[in-house]
Ligand binder design. Structure first.
Ligand SMILES: Nc1ncnc2c1ncn2[C@@H]1O[C@H](COP(=O)(O)OP(=O)(O)O)[C@@H](O)[C@H]1O
Ligand SMILES: [Mg+2]
Length: 383
């Protein structure tokens, strides 16, 4: 009963955080976008202004990381799930972990050579493992052993954690540190729960790990007793097929030259749409704005020369997936770029290229270039 209550509480906190994080993420897009434009404009003209803008961009970047972690907890981040050899992943991380935990802690990494591949987002999983190792370090101020293991396990009826029965890969991070009392253990996964002094703990480490495991279709189990050390188990699903990474995430280079495009931009939120439109116009393209799918479809009928459609995913009445479907019913060749940030889009739009929020000008440029280059007849961008 108490456990059920905990699960429901986490679920509720997840919904709240997810909602707030989503709004924040949306607002960050015009902020980073505007700063990006200003930076290009003033970088060489005025050193003081350039410094101020760089500072603001750095702050926006930190805000972005924070929002990403909150979305991670709320299981609403865009994951790039592929088949990953955990032994390889852990071996590759060894130096990074060793330098994060320091010389007083002895690192042991053990995994079976024939471990089946896990279905995970490798970047996010590395972050999760690192979070767990940093917690272990903090719990062993006088040093001690830190053991990381990966093994295949079977979830059978009646066994914890409650997951669909079958085979999983279990990644465990085990320390011999201070451990946790029952109250701390019960609250450890809550976002912003931390027993560390201000400035040392964010309280977001374990919430991220928990959210990631759940979103991957696995589970996160924390066991600990005061004075007995802590064991963190990540149950991860085994990969059945090849990976299916298709998200256009943070890509940086500026797009190569080409002719200006006519772009239809669809977003229900005025500030966000305005910011994105400015970024795209600054790249030399023509932008026609629409406040929703219905308006876009009407405008498209009058503008047959549109080369590309950029659409938000989460919109009232008609979401990005539905809009793309209706659009492709009449214009099957028109490339569509879906801007995401909230719930990962359903399978229906998986085949469409995506751009994760928040993004800067370089990311839009690269996404547009990828979109039109993958598409014959259209040349890419101007600069
Ligand atoms: N390995 C561990 N040993 C002892 N306590 C831990 C361990 N991992 C987490 N905790 C407890 O759980 C709390 C929350 O952890 P976390 O979400 O990573 O946030 P933070 O590390 O920023 O405090 C910690 O403040 C600590 O009290
Ligand atoms: Mg932590």
């Amino acid at each position: 009963m108490a456990q059920l209550h905990e699960v429901q509480k986490l679920e509720t906190i997840g919904q709240l955080t997810g909602g707030v994080a989503h709004d924040f993420n949306n607002l960050l897009t015009p902020i980073t976008g505007a700063l990006d434009l200003l930076q290009h404009k003033y970088a060489e003209q005025d050193a003081r202004t350039a410094r101020l803008i760089t500072n603001a961009l750095l702050a926006a970047d930190r805000a972005k990381t924070l929002v990403q972690r909150l979305l991670g907890f709320a299981r609403r981040q865009t994951l790039q799930t592929v088949a990953v050899d955990l032994g390889e992943l852990l071996t590759g991380m060894r130096d990074l972990i060793a330098s994060s935990i320091g010389p007083t802690i002895e690192l042991r990494v053990r995994f079976a050579p024939d471990l089946p591949p896990a279905s995970v987002d490798p970047n996010q999983l590395e972050l999760a493992v690192l979070n767990l190792c940093v917690n272990a370090r903090d719990a062993m101020p006088a040093g001690g052993p830190l053991t990381i293991t990966a093994q295949e396990v079977t979830i059978s009826p009646g066994l914890e954690p409650k997951l669909p029965l079958g085979l999983y890969v279990r990644l465990s991070v085990i320390d011999a540190g201070t451990g946790m009392d029952a109250t701390t253990l019960a609250r450890a996964v809550e976002p912003f729960y931390s027993t560390k002094e201000i400035g040392r703990g964010t309280g977001l480490g374990l919430s991220m790990v928990h959210g990631l495991a759940a979103q991957l279709g696995g589970s996160f189990v924390l066991s600990s007793q005061l004075g007995q050390g802590t064991r963190a188990d990540l149950y991860l699903p085994i990969a059945t097929g090849p990976g299916n990474a298709k998200t256009l995430d943070r890509v940086s280079p500026r797009a190569p030259s080409g002719r200006p495009l006519s772009i239809m931009l669809v977003d229900d939120e005025d500030v966000v749409r305005f910011g994105t439109a400015e970024m795209i116009r600054d790249l030399g393209h023509r932008v026609i704005e629409a406040r929703g799918g219905a308006e876009a479809l009407t405008l498209l009928a009058d503008n047959p020369d549109i080369d590309v459609v950029v659409s938000d995913y989460k919109m009232p009445r008609m979401d990005g997936a539905e809009f793309a479907r209706r659009l492709h019913a009449t214009r099957p060749q028109l490339p569509v770029l879906i801007v995401t940030g909230y719930t990962g889009p359903t399978d229906e739009v998986l085949h469409l290229p995506r751009l994760a929020k928040p993004f800067g000008q370089a990311e839009v440029a690269a996404a547009l270039a990828a979109l039109v280059n993958g598409h014959q007849n259209v040349v890419s961008l101007r600069r």
